[in-house]
Ligand binder design. Structure first.
Ligand code: 6R9
Length: 639
C-alpha cells in the first residue's frame, strides 16, 4: 500500500507565522491564495454592511474543483482521499480520481433532475461515501446543501426541509447501527409526506432492506447516478455564493439555519485544518470521527481535508461495534497519524479501560485533536497517555457551527507549553476576547463572556430566512462594541491563555451535541400527559452534560403513581421520537410545581441543583419559596 507518496514540498507544509494584529487581511489573503480562483479577488474583506461580512467578494471559484479536480490535475489522482470502513466490515478505498468521477456522476444526476443554481438539497445519509459525493456535487453546482444528522427524527427533518424549501432529499434505505440494519427511508418518507417543496427523493441502497416506493418521486441512486457520464466541467461561483445551511440549536425551540458561503469558508476550513493538526498532504493519514451531519463533519471530514489533499479515514459505525477496540483497530490498520474526536468519546474509552488501546499499535499517531465541549484535564491526560504514548500534542479546538472553522486552539509545533483543558489562544488571523457584562475585557485570572471582536473568513453569513434573528442572537448583546457573542463563558489564566467554561445560555451540550432546553421542553409539553416542563443540563461523567427534565403531569397521569414509571418511559421515548435519540432525557422527574420568579421565569439554576444533588442555592427571588421543599420532598431528597 503506497500511502506515503512524499510528493509534498517543504513549503507546502509550512505553517505560516501568526499575523501581526494589524494585518489580518494580508494573512487571510495569503491563505486564500492557496486555493484555485477562476477570477481572483481584489478586496479581502468588506465589512461596510456589518454584521454581514463579504470576504473575497469579487473573486470566483468552485469549491468542489478545489477539493477534488485540482489535485487530480496536479498528478495526485492515485492518492487515496478516503479509506472508508463500513460498520459490518466492508471497505472502500476512494482515490482522488475516483472521487472526481463519483462527484461528476452525482452532479450530472442532479442536473438531470432539473436542479438549478441556488436550489436547496436536503441530505440525510449514514456515514457512507455517497454522503461526501452528494455534498461535493451540490457544491460543484452551486446548490446549497442542508445535511441533517441521521439520528434526527422525521419531525426534525421535516422542519429543516420546510425552512430551507429544499427541492431534493438524498437519503438511504437504511443504516447500520450497532450491528443492526435500521430503517431510514421509513422516516424520511414520513417527513416528505408533509413537505411539498420536495420534488424527488434520491435513495442510496445501503442495507438492502425493503422500502416503500413512491413512483415518480423516488429514484434509486444506483439507477440514476451510476448511469451518468463520469465527467463534468465545473463552473465558477461568486465567493459569497451560499455553500450550505446547517441547522443548530439556539435558545428557542426552533433550530437556526446557519448559512455558510464559499470562498472565505473554504479558505479558513483549509487553513485551520492544516495548521491545527500540522497536516502534511501525501504523508498523513487523518481521521475525524465526527458525523457528517454536524459542522465538524462538514469542515473537517469534507471541505478542509479535501482542500488540503488529505488522505482520510471515514468510519460508518459506532465505536464499540463489534468490539470496544474498533477505533484502535482502524488506527492500526491504516496507520492513522492525526486523530480528531470529542471528549465524550475519550471518557467512554476511559470507562472501557486502558487495556483496550494497549492491545493495538498506535505508534503512527502524531497529533490528537479534541472538539465539542471543554475537555477535562483528566480526559486530556488519559488521551495523551493511552492514545498518544505521551508523545503527541493534544490540540483542544474551540469553535462553533457559526464560526465554520476552528478559532481557538494551541497549534502544534509552535512551542506553546501544553495546558490540559485549555484551548489557549486564537489562531493566527483570529481575534477573541473575554469580556464582562459591559463588554470590557477582563483581566488575567478573571472570567466573563467569550466574544469574537473581528470578522473572520468562515463566519456565518446569517440565519437562513431570518436576518433579525441573526442580529438579535449574535450581535445585540455587545452591539455597542460590535462584538460577536459566542454564548460561551471563558476565563483568562495568569498567562492570558483562554479556558472555555461552557455555555452561558439555555443550550445544553450532551456528548458534544448542542440541544436547547426549549426544544426538549416543547417536545415534552406536546405529550398529552404533560402540563408543564422544565429542562436542565446536569453534569454527567461521560456525556459532559445530561438532560434532566422536570414535569408536572396533568389529569389522571398526575395521581396514578402506579403508572408513573410507565409515563416516564413514555415521555423519554416521546422526546426521542420528536427530536431524535440524542435528545432523550437521562431522567424525567415528576414534580408538583416548578420554581419560578415573580415574573414567571423558570429558575433553572435551582433545578440544576436538584439534578446534580447539591444543596439548593439562593431561593430569595422565587415567587413562592416553599416550592423547592415541595419538589425535594416529592423526590425523596433533603427538604
Ligand atoms: C464545533 C462544534 C459549539 C459549542 C460551543 C461550545 C462547545 C465546542 C469546544 C467547546 C469548549 C471546546 N465547544 N468545542 N467548548 N472547548 N474545544 O462543536 O460546534 O456543535 O455548534 O457547538 O460547543 O459551547 O459554543 P457546535
Amino acid at each position: 500500500m503506497t500511502r506515503r507518496t512524499d510528493r509534498h514540498t517543504a513549503a507546502e507544509d509550512q505553517i505560516p507565522a501568526p499575523a501581526p494584529a494589524d494585518d489580518r487581511g494580508g494573512f487571510w489573503a495569503e491563505q486564500a491564495a492557496r486555493l484555485h480562483w477562476d477570477t481572483p479577488w481584489t478586496r479581502v474583506l468588506d465589512w461596510s454592511d456589518a454584521p454581514f461580512a463579504k470576504w473575497f467578494a469579487d473573486g470566483r471559484l468552485n469549491v468542489a474543483y478545489n477539493c477534488v479536480d485540482r489535485h487530480v490535475e496536479a498528478g495526485h489522482g492515485d492518492q487515496v482521499a478516503f479509506h472508508w470502513e463500513g460498520e459490518p466490515g466492508d471497505t472502500r478505498n476512494i482515490t482522488y480520481a475516483d472521487l472526481q468521477r463519483e462527484v461528476s456522476r452525482t452532479a450530472n444526476a442532479l442536473l438531470s433532475l432539473g436542479l438549478a443554481t441556488g436550489d436547496r438539497v436536503a441530505i440525510q445519509l449514514p456515514m457512507i461515501p455517497e454522503a461526501v459525493f452528494a455534498m461535493l456535487a451540490c457544491a460543484r453546482l452551486g446548490l446549497p446543501h442542508s445535511v441533517v444528522f441521521g439520528g434526527f427524527s422525521p419531525a426534525a427533518l421535516q422542519s429543516r426541509i420546510e425552512d430551507a424549501e429544499a427541492k431534493l432529499l438524498i437519503t438511504a434505505d437504511g443504516q447500520y447501527r450497532r450491528g443492526q440494519a435500521v430503517a431510514m427511508k421509513d422516516g424520511t418518507d414520513e417527513a416528505v409526506a408533509h413537505t411539498p417543496s420536495i420534488e424527488h427523493v434520491l435513495v442510496v441502497r445501503r442495507t438492502g432492506s425493503a422500502v416503500a416506493w413512491t413512483e415518480g418521486r423516488d429514484l434509486w441512486w444506483h439507477d440514476l447516478v451510476d448511469a451518468q457520464a463520469d465527467t463534468h466541467t465545473p463552473e465558477a461561483f461568486d465567493a459569497e455564493h451560499p455553500l450550505f445551511i446547517l441547522y443548530t440549536s439556539g435558545t428557542t425551540g426552533k433550530p437556526k439555519g446557519i448559512l455558510h458561503t464559499s470562498g472565505g469558508y473554504l479558505t479558513q476550513a483549509a487553513y485551520s485544518h492544516r495548521a491545527a493538526f500540522d497536516h502534511r498532504a501525501g504523508q498523513d493519514v487523518y481521521w475525524c470521527t465526527a458525523d457528517i451531519g454536524w459542522i465538524t463533519g462538514h469542515s473537517y471530514i469534507v471541505y478542509g481535508p479535501l482542500a488540503n489533499r488529505a488522505t482520510s479515514v471515514m468510519y460508518e459505525g459506532t465505536p464499540n461495534t463489534p468490539h470496544e477496540g474498533r477505533h484502535f483497530e482502524i488506527i492500526q490498520k491504516y496507520g492513522v497519524s492525526i486523530y480528531y474526536t470529542a471528549p465524550t468519546l475519550i471518557r467512554t474509552f476511559m470507562k472501557w479501560g486502558e487495556d483496550i488501546p494497549a492491545r493495538y499499535d498506535l505508534s503512527s499517531l502524531r497529533v490528537l485533536g479534541s472538539v465539542g465541549e471543554p475537555i477535562n484535564p483528566q480526559a486530556w491526560l488519559w488521551y495523551r497517555e493511552h492514545l498518544g504514548g505521551n508523545r503527541t500534542p493534544v490540540v483542544d479546538t474551540w469553535w462553533q457551527t457559526e464560526t465554520g472553522a476552528i478559532m481557538i486552539a494551541p497549534l502544534p509545533g509552535t512551542g506553546l507549553a501544553p495546558k490540559p483543558g485549555s484551548a489557549q489562544t486564537p489562531l493566527p488571523g483570529i481575534s477573541a476576547k473575554v469580556v464582562d457584562d459591559q463588554g470590557v475585557e477582563v483581566g488575567k485570572g478573571e472570567s466573563g463572556y467569550l466574544v469574537l471582536d473581528r470578522p473572520w473568513p468562515a463566519m456565518l453569513r446569517g440565519v437562513w430566512g431570518d436576518t433579525e434573528r441573526y442580529r438579535e442572537t449574535y450581535w445585540s448583546r455587545f452591539a455597542q462594541q460590535g462584538y460577536y457573542f459566542a454564548g460561551d463563558g471563558a476565563r483568562y489564566d495568569e498567562d492570558g491563555d483562554i479556558w472555555l467554561l461552557g455555555r452561558v445560555d439555555d443550550v445544553m451540550n450532551v456528548s458534544g451535541h448542542r440541544i436547547s432546553t426549549a426544544e426538549v421542553e416543547s417536545a415534552l409539553v406536546s405529550h398529552p400527559s404533560v402540563a408543564e416542563a422544565a429542562v436542565v443540563g446536569a453534569t454527567d461523567a461521560t456525556t459532559g452534560q445530561a438532560i434532566v427534565a422536570f414535569v408536572i403531569l396533568r389529569g389522571s397521569a398526575a395521581d396514578g403513581s402506579a403508572e408513573a414509571a410507565d409515563t416516564i418511559t413514555a415521555l423519554r421515548n416521546h422526546v426521542a421520537q420528536e427530536i431524535g435519540p440524542i435528545a432523550k432525557p437521562r431522567q424525567v422527574m415528576v414534580v408538583p410545581e416548578l420554581p419560578k420568579t415573580r415574573s414567571g421565569k423558570i429558575m433553572r439554576r435551582l433545578l440544576r441543583d436538584v439534578a446534580e444533588q447539591r444543596e439548593i442555592g439562593d431561593v430569595t427571588t422565587l415567587a413562592d419559596a416553599s416550592v423547592m421543599s415541595l419538589i425535594n420532598n416529592g423526590l425523596g431528597g433533603p427538604a
